[in-house]
Design a protein around this ligand. Structure first.
Ligand SMILES: *[C@@H]1O[C@H](CO)[C@@H](O)[C@H](O)[C@H]1NC(C)=O
Ligand SMILES: *[C@@H]1O[C@H](CO)[C@@H](O)[C@H](O)[C@H]1NC(C)=O
Ligand SMILES: *[C@@H]1O[C@H](CO)[C@@H](O)[C@H](O)[C@H]1NC(C)=O
Length: 169
């Protein structure tokens, strides 16, 4: 798990660095005018007991300049390989905003963990549009540094289910 956590930290760091580089202002302007999105990252941490239920793992979110969001991560336990599993993004009231089960296509391993998963969702954004999952569904592009619009990531397997907050990094 530590190795996985480390790799994810490195990945998030690289996203942050590449977003911060003054690489090509002209290109950046084109992206800004055309797409008006900033790169942003977030994570849901399933490493604390008891709020993570039986699950142990990490889910990370990276929004690109076009407002698409890549969700990636892995779990190392909590899943029953004989049961169907489900992955959802829910709002602060527990209502389903996005069912990412089919998109993520998470493969459960025989030891109850998962293979690493990654999928880019063109219909999910973090904070670029008013429906961004870090924005709570109301104010668009406001200064939401540090935390979150109350959205949570839900993992379930058989009778077990846990949700963890999606926090801006
Ligand atoms: C964003 O959109 C532009 C223009 O359509 C495209 O050239 C670029 O590759 C896209 N960026 C990503 C990360 O998909
Ligand atoms: C899953 O099913 C197999 C075959 O029926 C069984 O041997 C195994 O113990 C089951 N695993 C769990 C976690 O229930
Ligand atoms: C989410 O999608 C999966 C796979 O398509 C489906 O089995 C499940 O019922 C859906 N759950 C909800 C709450 O829509």
């Amino acid at each position: 798990m530590n190795k996985l956590f480390f790799l994810i930290q490195v990945f998030l760091f690289l996203i942050t660095i590449s977003a911060a580089l003054p690489a090509d202002d002209k290109l950046a302007n084109i992206f800004y005018e055309r797409n008006n999105c900033q790169c942003a990252t977030a994570f849901a941490d399933f490493d604390s007991s008891p709020s993570s239920g039986p699950f142990r793992g990490f889910v990370a979110f990276g929004q690109d300049e076009n407002g698409s969001t890549t969700i990636f991560g892995a779990f190392n336990r909590g899943f029953n390989p004989n049961c169907t599993s489900e992955f959802l993004i829910v709002d602060s009231h527990g209502h389903v905003k996005y069912n990412v089960t089919r998109g993520l296509d998470v493969h459960i391993t025989s030891d109850g963990g998962t293979e690493a998963f990654s999928h880019r969702f063109s219909n999910i954004n973090l904070n670029c549009h008013s429906n961004g999952i870090l924005l709570g569904g109301h104010s668009a592009r406001s200064g939401n540094r540090g935390y979150s619009g109350g959205s949570r990531f839900s993992a379930s397997s058989g009778d077990h289910q846990a949700t963890r907050p999606i926090q801006k990094t």
